[in-house]
Design a protein around this ligand. Sequence first.
Ligand code: R7I
Ligand code: MG
Ligand code: MG
Ligand code: MG
Length: 348
Amino acid sequence: MASVEEVCRFRGALLGALVGDCIGAVFETRMTITVGSVLSFLRGLENNWKKQVLMYTDDTAMARSVVQSLLTKPPLDEKDLAERFTAEYFSDPDRGYGMGVVHVFEKLQSGKYQSVFTPAKEQFNGKGSYGNGAAMRVVGIPLAFPNVPDIIKYAKISGELTHASSLGYNGAILLALAVHYALQGVNLSRESFLEHLLSNMQEIEGDEKSRSDAVELELGEFPYCNRLKKIKEFLDKGNVPRCEVVEELGHGVAAFESVPTAIYSFLRCMDPVDDLPKEMNSLQRTVIFCILLGGDTDTIATMAGAIAGAYHGEDQVPELWRKSSEGYKDAEDWGKQLWELYSSRLPS
Ligand code: R7I
Ligand code: MG
Ligand code: MG
Ligand code: MG
């Protein structure tokens, strides 16, 4: 792969995540989301051409902290990352953070904790959060580390700062691996993409804590593996009504009700979608498809946008979407810097 093409995927992942969050956030609280309303909103952006009118939310605020920490304190410094999360939250608390996670920042800020991981362990009566907050911000990890064991290790550590439930950090690992495999582009078929994820997750979900956390929540063991199998079934069917996608995979704030949904949306939108305009590219379809599912639209669109951007590259991020999104220049710069870091870690 030529280096130009590679940089384009790294920028694509960050920009895809950014536009997914910025556009998805507009629809997060809307009761009815129709194709017409989304398309008309997107057309309206033209009136503000070249103005950053779409604000990012907590998803991107935290993803930015992960990227900045990876770039300045390699390989991953959990104290630095915890400090960045906390400072970012207190400097700008109205980005739409999850209801629980703010207590982690308050505790980290208090200075009363020896370990930066303890506040997260105290969440939800000591069970830890299974929210999708660890997954929504993880995109920098697979852009910084070229090999699977590192990605698993660092996605887990970065997740555990706020999400001590294995359902929370395993969601982050799954999303990170999805971005990793997406970076390979067309060299990997949809089938092998899913097979790789399934085989990685079988090992990850086989550990004792993952098994017992899942059973305690009455999800059954191997919840992510089971959802990956459902994704395969849906893809084999071709057209699946959106209500069935929501019913089976979810669109909620729990990681297990949103990470698999984002992965499915990316894979499904490689092909045209009946009620979306033919001229749209796969990344555009992916973001809009996620939004039309409703629920946690910013987060599902940001996660799917990260995977789609890694796969299709930044050329599929429309200029208008990019330039409308707060902080897009940072995404462009950091994409290049992460690519350099990633490349420096490839075996010579
Ligand atoms: O996971 P988190 O950072 O939230 C991310 C979401 C994204 O949609 C963002 O866009 C933003 O809107 O918030 O924050 P948490 O507070 O850890 O988890 C989010 C929510 O998941 C919590 O507020 C709870 O509603 C739910 N949740 C749980 N509920 C019961 N028991 C998470 N863990 C539990 C649990 O163990
Ligand atoms: Mg958000
Ligand atoms: Mg929200
Ligand atoms: Mg959200």
